[in-house]
Design a protein around this ligand. Structure first.
Ligand code: ADP
Ligand code: MG
Length: 251
């Protein structure tokens, strides 16, 4: 039997009177690569934060059948402004050992530093170890955050818009890395980059306050309409055929 890596039942999340997520039921099986898509404000970040225990909610969330949040790596969405912090790549990665803080003054053992260097090598950015983060490109910074999340060897990786504000070729590179990582790690990635869903993603969940669709990484016009209310506009921007199925037959 395949275990559920994440099991979400009857999840409702509010900010004051505003309901961000309503009655969400979704299971993520071990080994899946789930893309969470939906419009801005659709609740993607809130869902990820609820899983991490960073947002309050009603309902039940279990990680490998348990209430505790072990084995989960998190790549938050970080704005360019937050890159102005005076800290090196290696220090950011090492801060993954105590996920909640980004403290450049902590002391780390040689073994911990070696593990961090190995993780940087795995993602091909070991040469950047001593670089200050404000001197990194968007893609390099995302890889640094990915290394940080991987340092504690999580079984589940949650990523919030890992390709926001980075160029298409860096984004492609990140998707290739994630596809490779997915051989051993369950992945949930929030994105509004619809091209991402055609590469490596095994399941799709579409969120617009409610769960509009959950299934194969293939979208129908009906789902797109419920999700964005503007299928025509989206087609004009060019969606890969694998993502947007053929609809002509039934109409
Ligand atoms: P997404 O990540 O899909 O863009 P979010 O989860 O950030 O969506 O937001 C879902 C809804 O919750 C939106 O209506 C947003 O305005 C609201 N929201 C998100 N974060 C907060 C917050 N910290 N305080 C109040 N409202 C919030
Ligand atoms: Mg978000």
């Amino acid at each position: 039997m395949i275990d559920n890596a994440i099991s979400i039942s009857n999840l409702t999340a509010r900010y004051g009177k505003n309901i961000a997520l309503q009655d969400i039921n979704i299971d993520v099986k071990e080994g899946e690569f789930l893309a969470l898509i939906g419009p801005n404000g659709g609740g993607k970040s809130t869902l990820i934060k609820a899983v991490l225990g960073l947002a309050s909610y009603e309902g039940k969330i279990e990680i490998f059948g348990q209430k505790k949040i072990d084995d989960v790596g998190y790549v938050p969405q970080i704005s360019a402004a937050e890159k102005k912090f005076p800290i090196s790549v290696l220090e950011v990665v090492l801060s993954g050992l105590h996920q909640k803080t980004l403290n450049p003054f902590s002391k780390y053992s040689q073994t911990q530093k070696n593990t961090a260097m190995e993780t940087l090598e795995r993602l091909g950015i070991e040469k950047l170890a001593d670089r200050q983060i404000d001197e990194l490109s968007g893609g390099e910074f995302q890889k640094t955050l990915l290394c940080r999340a991987l340092l504690s060897k999580p079984k589940i990786l949650l990523l919030d818009e890992p390709t926001a504000n980075i160029d298409p070729s860096s984004a492609k590179n990140i998707y290739e890395l994630l596809k490779e990582l997915n051989k051993t790690i369950t992945i949930v990635m929030a994105t509004h980059d619809l091209f991402a869903v055609s590469d490596g993603v095994t399941r799709l969940a579409c969120l617009n306050k409610t769960l509009v669709y959950h299934g194969e990484p293939q979208l129908t016009l009906d789902t797109m309409d419920k999700l964005y209310g503007c299928p025509v506009d989206l087609i004009a921007h060019g969606i890969p055929h694998r993502v947007l199925g053929h609809h002509g037959e039934n109409e």
